[in-house]
Design a protein around this ligand. Sequence first.
Ligand code: DP6
Length: 398
Amino acid sequence: MAADKSVVSVTCSAPTNIAVIKYWGKRDEKLILPINSSLSVTLNQNQLKTTTTVAISRDFKEDRIWLNGKEEDVGHPRLQSCLREIRRLARKRRSQNEGDSVPLSYKVHVASVNDFPTAAGLASSAAGYACLVYTLAQLYGVESELSEVARQGSGSACRSMLGGFVQWHMGERPDGKDSIAQQVAPESHWPELRVLVLVVSADKKPMGSTVGMQTSVETSSLLKFRAESVVPQRMTEMAQYIKERDFEGFGQLTMKDSNQFHATCLDTFPPICYLNDTSRQIMGLVHCFNTHYGKTKVAYTFDAGPNAVIFLLEDTVNEFVAAIKQVFPPVVNGDKFLKGLPVEPAELSKELQAALAMNPSPGGIQYIIATQVGPGPQVLKDPQQQLLDPEGLPKPQS
Ligand code: DP6
């Protein structure tokens, strides 16, 4: 904790996550309780993260929040839920007399930034709420039940409270006490696994997840069937594939679950279409690549937008990126197209080139972020990383 005059602050970072068994649909809108369990991979914060500073002081007149440098309404119901729940847990902890820390009556200032473009459509709310809840918890000295609080900010945020491979149990209780995240395996479990985020050019912002899933719950009978009869078994299978590091099983089920989620979107009325022509071309490319090798070497998944997230093993990265470049010739050069972990140039065999003979779409993919599985939220000790100045106001953004 950094103390200066009467202002005390904490800075933390939190990861984003990508679901391989998708969450889509709530049974309780206010508590954010889902209609099915889900399972995700936490992405590494070296490439994608949210950073949040929370400051507290006797002198602050009101709670305030700045997101990516811009002040936002602190009265947002989900934000209020998180603040209220953390303060409630802090009160509970104090009544049990566990140490002393900052007074609960003081107001807080919060500043949060994403180091990835919002245009990347990468569950920024998941990393954002996970980071907010984790940082507040550090400030107030709260340790337990944090995924339950993050869930009330955004459903997928509860999975960003842990690193590695994470399942969110839907739970049964009406109060949501059993709707929590749990680690299936730590980030060190599958070191060869790599993730490519393919940022697709999109002109128009798709319908947000919250409204989209609400319409799906109201109108899609396929979604009901999926939640009741498909997901329970898939959760068990997926956890098993991960435990066994079975890429073929993991990759195939990841693709099938993404496809079924998008099928429920089309089954929604009026229909929701998150995938665009480039998304479908990427799916085609992945299947051609796998067919050429006679096994699943690469897998895609798509959330509520056209960007693809690709899973593959380390030894396939260079070749698959070369395949992407053949089908989607970059219109920007070098380091602007490839960000994150290093990718080396590779030659495609004549046979593979022929197998991928599709009409090229120059610029269809804007850029690629190469990353891997990563840990959960972290406390950042370096004062350079603080987003609020000693007065508790946002530092100018670099
Ligand atoms: C398609 O967690 O963003 O990414 O709970 O309303 O905030 P709210 O929705 P959100 O939905 C995520 C949907 C998804 C699938 C997933 O991450 O499991």
